[in-house]
Design a protein. Structure first.
Length: 326
């Protein structure tokens, strides 16, 4: 994309494009939706339409292609079927009445997993939008068909996720931005990957969203009950004196404050060698005062093995206390 757009129109385009950097932007210009720069090159190839350019006379041609406004839905459907994310930018005022540059805004963003357009859907197939979250060696996978309302959720080993998504035939997969789940080689052309902020995948947010959507008081009847109570009970029973539960997080994480004699990094190294999943405090905050915190990743569902892991962790803590006091 040009670093210094030469016209007000292209400056407006660039500003709007920055809002949707990973989508093909269809930019309304009169009776056409135009695409520019890399979007134009890709769209022209996928739609098999003519690639032209503007600004040739200034020695800096800008690739462009366009589709008629009245036939745009068919072209959008073809892009969606090919696995692309598409953003639609419309004119928000009558060009004949606009005193300066016509005001334009993004009116919708369409993705393979969220489309309900019959032109983009195959009548004999589901169109699944999947979401994946991972904790240690376990992963949760949910999928929904927006067009039919079918919704399911399950849990599996993290190593099974790629095959499960492939078997499901999902057209789009959501996952936490700071915790990539699917290796690059697993990302084939069959589905679009969409990374979202990590907080969207926390238990509190997901629990509240699902209960509000289905108008439920609890997710217990769906087999999705929070396992945090079991973790708290186990910690109360096993943690040595001087350790304090700082704040329970939504999901499968519990923060524990360590007494001054115990280093979070030392505890992390020993626990890791014993197969216990914790994170030392510096991951929680780079500030020095949080060096004596750990985050326990306690898994789901809570089992006897989980309880045994906490007991082992408590033994390691006691050993570190004895060593520091010696």
């Amino acid at each position: 994309m040009a670093d210094t757009p030469s016209t007000p129109l292209m400056r407006q385009y660039n500003a709007i494009k920055q809002q949707v950097p990973h989508a093909l932007l269809l930019f309304r210009l009169g009776d056409f939706y135009e695409l520019f720069f890399e979007d134009a090159v890709l769209a022209a190839r996928e739609l098999e339409i003519t690639l032209t350019s503007r600004n040739k006379e200034k020695g800096a041609p800008i690739p462009m292609c366009g589709v008629p406004y009245h036939a745009a839905e068919g072209y959008i459907a073809r892009l969606i079927q090919k696995g692309h994310r598409v953003a639609i930018c419309d004119q928000m005022e009558d060009p004949a009445l606009a005193k300066k540059l016509v005001k334009r805004e993004i009116t919708r963003v369409v993705t393979p997993g969220t489309t309900t357009d019959s032109l983009a859907l195959r009548s004999h197939e589901n169109n699944f939008l999947a979401a994946v979250s991972r904790l240690g060696n376990r992963a949760g996978v949910a999928h929904v068909d927006v067009s039919t309302g079918e919704f399911r959720v399950t849990e599996m080993d993290a190593s099974e996720v790629a095959a499960a998504i492939e078997q499901l035939g999902a057209s789009e997969v959501l996952y936490p931005a700071d915790l990539p789940l699917l290796a690059a080689e697993d990302h084939g052309p069959r589905y679009l990957r969409t990374d979202l902020e990590d907080w969207i995948f926390t238990f509190d947010y997901a629990d509240r969203t699902l209960r509000d959507h289905f108008r439920l008081l609890s997710l217990d009847g769906c087999g999705l009950a929070n396992r945090q109570a079991a973790a708290l009970k186990s910690l109360d029973r096993h943690l040595p004196a001087g350790f304090r539960l700082v704040r329970p997080e939504g999901g499968y994480f519990l923060w524990i404050e360590l007494p001054g004699l115990v280093s979070a990094v030392d505890l992390y190294r020993i626990a890791l060698s014993r197969g216990i999943s914790i994170a030392p405090g510096p991951i929680f905050s780079q500030r020095r005062e949080f060096d004596h915190f750990i985050r326990l990743n306690y898994g789901h569902p809570w089992t006897a093995a989980s309880d045994a892991a906490v007991a082992t962790l408590a033994d390691i803590m006691r050993a570190l206390i004895r060593k520091a006091a010696a």
